[in-house]
Design a protein around this ligand. Structure first.
Ligand SMILES: [Zn+2]
Length: 532
């Protein structure tokens, strides 16, 4: 007797093969059978004629760990059919925590509206805490290099030998707890002060466990090539597999013509050499970024108190106006209309607005408004986010269709009707995955449907060793999504960002219905997918 029988669906199985009409049977947490299951008995039957059945989406680059404690039912992403998220990216996690880093970690959690206890220290404690809370989606974890540096108290400078050993121990602890590997965010403080040798040492620990290195690389404009060369060197020296996070070039930031093509060719050569490296992209011209990322390292040296004090000093501000040409370099070029404030609990009325509006509302010039908001953040100074208009349509299309790119979103799961509304005011949190299908497949024809789904399911699942997931195949985990392609709609738009996607009717995670008839069931069957 099957637990669930999904009848007469258009099955797109995640392998890239053409879709076919068929039935899928689920027993417990597994797919029991695929094909013609006429006459099979089942406790629940879903008549799926005219609808698309595919594996639950696997996001290779998510930040849903930012919000999972405030939103353990993963509302906005599970309603898009995202059943597994690879999290802990760009160097940021909420563990490990030391006495030195506790204010930073707590401020970050509060920024993302979590009000509960923060009682963990090690990575394993953190995962145990999460499993007690429960979550709707499966999570596979990187441990963040920035967070490790915070915990070791290494801010704005190189580490001593003792501190390096402490950091190696943190990486080993996370790997013992089942982490996939180490992530870096080398455009951000404190990670950007790390020399290559530090990351090589930490990644060697990852290599001993057979893990992965994922990197938001040091630079993606004038220094892109050097950054990709550094990435390959770190992967090679550590003996790990690797993922180049959101490998893109931002519009009007000074990258030489052909820089992206050259970087991608370097990745392809590394693969020929035998290194298992891939990249990912995001679905929108807009993307999330860190507000403090444009500040020079000396502002943030010594921690948030000193940074906020410096940011209020008029002489420092004068100097900074000429020394913020890094990270999103179009800001230094005066493209203020291209950035919106995403998260700032101290300024709820400004969230979602662009900096032309914000400057006008505050009656300040753009730079003073920017520095005021940062200085007001206190220990959350490095948690404030911007949404920027980053890419051209042409660049998005070449990344989405490239064979070495998985499709991710680089957002975080949100929910409606609560505090998270305030820090989720962009479709990236509500419709990123669906947007691949509605916009890039249906409207633009950038990639065929089967190929888009493969890049959103089996490709990342295989790359990250998530065995038995990402395909509709007997014996695989019953992570399944039933989509009404005719009704499929982003739901949210830039003008009206707070809405769930439409047309995702049924979502099973480990065989358990999390979305049924288009509504969330409240179930939290998600698991920690430990490294295998
Ligand atoms: Zn990143």
């Amino acid at each position: 007797m099957l637990d669930v029988l999904i009848r007469d669906a258009l099955v797109v199985d995640g392998s890239g093969a053409p879709g076919f009409r068929g039935d899928v049977g689920v027993e417990g947490d597994r797919i029991a059978a695929v094909g013609d299951l006429d006459g099979a008995a089942a406790r629940r039957t879903i008549e799926a004629a005219g609808r698309l059945l595919c594996p639950g989406f696997v996001d290779p680059h998510s930040h849903s760990d930012f919000t999972v404690l405030a939103n353990p039912t993963a509302e906005s992403t599970i309603r898009q059919g995202v059943t597994t998220e690879v999290v802990g990216n760009c160097g940021w996690t909420y563990a490990p925590v030391s006495p030195a880093s506790r204010p930073f970690v707590e401020a970050r959690l509060r920024t993302f509206t979590y009000r509960g206890p923060v009682e963990w220290e090690s990575f394993a404690d953190h995962l145990a805490f999460l499993s007690r809370v429960g979550h709707s989606q499966n999570l596979a974890w990187f441990v963040g290099h920035n967070t490790i540096r915070y915990a070791a108290g290494v801010l704005g400078r190189e580490a001593s030998e003792d501190e390096l050993r402490t950091m190696e121990r943190y990486v080993a602890e996370a790997m013992e707890a089942g982490a996939l590997g180490l992530s870096t965010g080398l455009e951000f403080d404190p990670g950007r002060a790390a020399p290559t040798e530090e990351i090589v040492r930490l990644n060697r620990v990852v290599g001993r466990y057979g893990g992965w290195y994922a990197s938001h690389v040091r630079n993606r404009d004038a220094e892109l090539q050097r950054s990709i060369d550094e990435f390959v060197e770190i992967v090679r020296a550590g003996g790990t597999r690797g993922q180049i996070s959101h490998l893109n070039v931002r519009h009007r930031t000074g990258a030489a013509p052909g820089a992206w093509e050259h970087a991608v060719a370097t990745m392809a050569r590394a693969r020929e050499e035998g290194l298992d490296v891939l990249a990912d992209t995001t679905p929108f011209r807009d993307g999330l970024g860190q507000m403090a990322g444009i500040l020079p390292p000396w502002v943030l040296a010594g921690g948030w108190r000193a940074a906020c004090r410096r940011l209020r000093d008029p002489h420092v501000r004068e100097r900074l106006r000429g020394d913020c040409d890094r990270y999103w370099r179009f800001i230094a070029r005066g493209d203020w209309h291209r950035i919106r404030l995403q998260a700032s609990p101290r300024h709820p009325g400004l969230e979602g607005r662009d900096f032309d509006e914000i400057a006008a509302l505050l009656g300040r010039d753009h730079w003073d408004a920017y520095f005021d908001i940062l200085a007001d953040a206190g220990p959350a100074i490095e948690s404030l986010l911007l949404v920027g208009e980053l890419f051209t349509d042409e660049h998005l299309a070449e990344m989405i269709s490239h064979p070495l790119f998985c499709l991710g979103v680089d957002g975080y799961t949100a929910s409606l009707g609560g505090e998270l509304d305030g820090v989720a005011g962009h479709p990236v949190c509500f419709a990123g995955h669906v947007h691949y299908l509605t916009h890039h497949v249906r409207e633009r024809g950038t990639v065929p449907l089967e190929e888009a789904i493969r890049k959103m399911t089996s490709m990342p699942a295989r790359h990250f060793g998530l065995a038995g997931r990402g395909e509709v195949r007997p014996g695989f985990a019953a992570d399944l999504v039933l989509i009404d392609l005719e009704r499929l709609d982003d739901g949210s738009t830039l003008e009206r960002p707070l809405a769930y996607a439409r047309g995702i009717d049924e979502v099973l995670v480990n065989g358990v219905p999390v979305v049924a008839g288009g509504a969330h069931t409240g179930a939290r069957p998600g698991r920690h997918l430990a490294r295998r």
